[in-house]
Design a protein around this ligand. Structure first.
Ligand SMILES: [Zn+2]
Length: 147
């Protein structure tokens, strides 16, 4: 989710707004899925999008989740002592959306731009994390754009 350092000139102008929108969902920073469940959901979502599978691994609790699309690896932030972390459907689908965007567009779209967010939105809706209405209502509050 936050694989790059924060800086003003990242070439990814929507990134911080996406992070703030995600942070506004209290449960999106809680581990609710096992590694097997993360892997199963990721590959169900990739298959539905017509993409090849990816490997899902569990990373340390002090490292944010990430995806290296060329290598088809998704690392999920493992649980802290308090159960915080990235092993939940919303965070997993964020990383899956990066893989789908790379498979479709390579590096021609911004990491967290409108094309990414449209792919992420589809996943959140199709896999029951939120309704289209909930997405619009919350994303509009953060002035997010998707297409
Ligand atoms: Zn991301």
């Amino acid at each position: 989710m936050r694989k790059t350092a924060r800086n003003a000139d990242s070439g990814d102008p929507q990134r911080d707004s996406v992070y703030r929108w995600e942070a506004s969902h209290e449960t999106w920073n809680v581990c609710t899925l096992s590694l097997e469940q993360c892997s199963e959901l990721a590959n169900r979502a990739l298959k539905a999008a017509g993409c090849m599978p990816a490997a899902v691994i569990q990373g340390p609790s002090n490292r944010y989740s990430w995806n290296i699309p060329k290598l088809r690896i998704i690392s999920m932030q493992g649980p802290s002592k308090k159960g915080r972390g990235g092993m939940n459907a919303a965070t997993l689908l964020h990383e899956v959306a990066h893989q789908i965007c790379f498979d479709r567009h390579r590096n021609r779209v911004k990491d967290h731009g409108p094309t990414f967010l449209a792919a992420y939105r589809e996943l959140l809706i199709n896999f029951g994390v939120m309704t289209a209405k909930e997405f619009s209502l919350t994303a509009n509050k953060f002035r997010l754009r998707w297409r």
